[in-house]
Design a protein around this ligand. Structure first.
Ligand code: ADP
Ligand code: MG
Length: 370
């Protein structure tokens, strides 16, 4: 449902590059409404059409079909400068010969903003990205993280309604990237601008976003809050792309869940217990043997081959266990227990191409009677 208060509304959006046998459908039937003030992420593997959607919102590409509304106004055919958006790219694209302050104020200068006003707003933008006092430096005298902040300040100084960010943290190393994730989110909250953030990193999307759209091959598989996407993935693609997917299907589902279908359970919901441990009425149980143990510091990942067929990943916090202890668990016979309501049913592959399926955290699964 599109409302005029939506910052961005896409409907039937489609983009085909090339023609004839060389045609590539980069974006196909995308419908999406992004609310005013939202931190919205477009998440998906490389080549799934995220950048193309962003470039169409910015006006760098024209859609093959469909419409783009910004603040309720149709801008589908408008030039980039006629749209109240700014883009932050991964390769900061700063002018190396200009000072940081001049880089930030450049867009204002082009638009004929007076000099003292430019200086004041560039100073404010630097403060927003926590770089006060760096205005006189050249980009070459900054670290990668600082350059990315300058690129952000340069976009914010125009006070756009919507800021588009295409994998802006992709070039930073992990530690810096994690710091910037927290900060970027804080900055967004402060300035109140709608952020549309593209990333292929599921953790990044889960950390920062109010809502996420998961892309696959030019289409949206699911839109939801991080918790909705993680806890209740709508398809097995989403279950696998956002977090580790543990699937129970076919004969395994029949044996373990007691019903037909494809079910998913997150690794941290599973508990490893002794083989003779009792099973409560609201629990599912599966016996098996440990195929592999991966110690990852704060936690340990166990791969368990089920007697009923299939393999489940179990993530266990290392609260009491130590590395030497858990690695000796290889080949050990174990019992896995989990709460039945933490299992969720995925739409059947055969039905996936059909209309929207109702999908819930498993009210449809009958209690285990075995
Ligand atoms: P993502 O950002 O999710 O990695 P893109 O939107 O960049 O994906 O690309 C989606 C698909 O469109 C890919 O198959 C890509 O090769 C193709 N594509 C993107 N831009 C062009 C272009 N200018 N010409 C031809 N094909 C393109
Ligand atoms: Mg891209």
């Amino acid at each position: 449902m599109v409302e005029s208060s939506d910052a961005v509304a896409l409907s039937g959006l489609r983009k085909v590059f090339g023609s004839g046998a060389d045609a590539v459908t980069a974006v196909d039937s995308v419908d999406l409404a992004i609310r005013d003030g939202e931190f919205f992420s477009m998440l998906g593997p490389s080549g799934s059409g995220k950048t193309t959607v962003l470039r169409m919102i910015a006006g760098f590409e024209l859609p093959t079909a469909g419409t783009i509304l910004l603040g309720g106004v149709d801008v589908s055919r408008k030039a980039p400068f006629e749209r109240d958006v700014n883009t932050v790219f991964q390769d900061y694209a700063l002018f190396p010969h200009m000072s940081v302050a001049d880089n930030i104020a450049y867009g204002l200068k082009v638009r004929g903003v007076r000099r003292d006003e430019r200086r004041r707003r560039a100073g404010e933008a630097l403060e927003t990205v926590r770089l006060s006092g760096y205005g006189a430096r050249r980009p070459g005298q900054l670290s990668g993280g600082q350059r990315q902040r300058v690129a952000l300040a340069r976009a914010l100084v125009n006070r756009p309604k919507v800021l588009l960010l295409d994998e802006p943290l992709g070039a930073l190393d992990l530690k810096l990237r994690e710091e910037m994730q927290v900060e970027l989110k804080a900055i967004q909250r402060e300035v109140g601008i709608t952020f549309v953030f593209v990333t292929h990193d599921q953790e990044e999307a889960l950390t920062m976003s109010d809502r996420i759209a998961v892309f696959r091959a030019g289409r949206i598989e699911q839109v939801g809050t991080p918790a909705e996407i993680y806890e209740f993935p709508a398809t097995d693609f989403v279950a696998g792309f956002v977090g580790t997917s543990n699937l129970l299907r076919g004969e395994t589902a029949r044996t373990v869940v007691g019903t037909e279908g494809t079910f998913s359970i997150r690794p941290e919901k599973l508990r490893i217990v002794a083989q003779d441990a009792a099973v409560a009425a609201d629990e599912c149980v599966a016996d098996g043997s440990v195929a592999d143990v991966v110690y990852v510091g704060a936690a340990t990942r166990f791969l368990v081959d089920l007697d009923a067929g299939g393999r489940l990943v179990v993530l266990q916090q290392n609260v009491e266990t130590s590395s030497s202890e858990v690695t000796s668990w290889r080949d050990r016979r174990v019992r896995l227990l989990w709460r039945r309501d933490q299992l969720f049913r995925l739409p059947d592959v055969a039905a996936e191409s059909g209309a929207e399926l109702p999908h819930s955290p498993l009210d449809a699964v009958p209690a285990h009677t075995g």
